[in-house]
Write a protein that binds this ligand. Structure first.
Ligand SMILES: [Zn+2]
Ligand SMILES: [Zn+2]
Length: 246
């Protein structure tokens, strides 16, 4: 567990409690110009405030090709801290979206980040160990995605898993719901939340149903790279609340 890691029940909503309560105004997956988002941190905070978001988690990438140069993490951390000093309503959390570097627990994160980060969103982005000659058949992509997600599901540093199945779907192979269900079960056993992300999980209903079936913790992540995308996940989850059985 990270020293700053908030307890899972304070940070996430249990899928099974969705029948009784309105899904909260939270956004847990946002990129600013510190990585590959289009807007500054302060612009995003301003938009979130106007939209009535109550908790905003920034999740900058850690891949160097996607971030600002130099020691951007120190500047990112300091800017979040400065905003927290004056912010009255919106809770702002310093997170990172961290990709796997192998299938056995490796993550692309350095010690300074690990010491400070308050929310670690684990991700399968590029598949580790696959050069130009690697197999690209759907079965091979699905297998790598699944192994990467299962490694995140049991990693004690990880708070939530970003867009499970999303990378392999972007590469053209539909990630089977049965495997998504296995990842959900493994993550839930280890107190790791599942991101439901309308940018990747479309339609969202079957994914939410699986999360309900296995009593998963839900992380509402829109993968927002632009201000207008903030709140998309929470809004999508709310629109399903009375339509599926939890
Ligand atoms: Zn991602
Ligand atoms: Zn992202």
């Amino acid at each position: 567990m990270l020293p700053n890691k908030p307890r899972v029940e304070h940070l996430f909503v249990a899928a099974t409690s969705l029948n009784g309560q309105r899904f909260p105004d939270w956004e847990y997956h946002v990129h600013s110009t510190y990585s590959d988002g289009s807007a500054s941190l302060s612009e995003l905070i301003q938009v979130a405030r106007v939209q009535g978001i109550k908790r905003l988690i920034f999740t900058e990438h850690t891949e160097p090709e996607l971030t600002e140069n130099g020691n951007w993490f120190a500047r990112y951390w300091q800017e979040i801290e400065a905003n927290r000093q004056t912010e009255k309503i919106l809770q702002i959390i310093c997170g990172l979206e961290v990709p796997i570097t192998d299938y056995t627990g490796g993550l692309l994160i350095d010690k300074e980040m690990l010491d400070k980060v308050e929310f670690l969103l684990g991700a399968v982005h590029a598949y580790p160990g696959t050069g130009a000659g690697a197999a690209k058949e759907p079965e091979a992509l699905i297998d790598r995605e699944f192994r990467g997600l299962m490694a995140l599901a049991k990693n004690p540093l990880v708070d939530a898993i970003a867009h499970p199945g999303g990378t392999c779907q972007r590469l053209g192979a539909r990630f089977p719901l049965a495997l998504f269900a296995e990842v959900v079960q493994e993550a839930t056993r280890h107190g790791v939340a599942i991101e439901l992300n309308p940018a990747y999980h479309a339609p969202l209903a079957p994914y939410l149903e699986i999360c309900c079936q296995y009593h998963a913790w839900i992380s509402p992540g829109s993968n927002a790279h632009h201000p207008e995308e903030i709140g998309w996940a929470a809004h999508s989850l709310r629109s399903l609340q009375n339509k599926i059985k939890c």
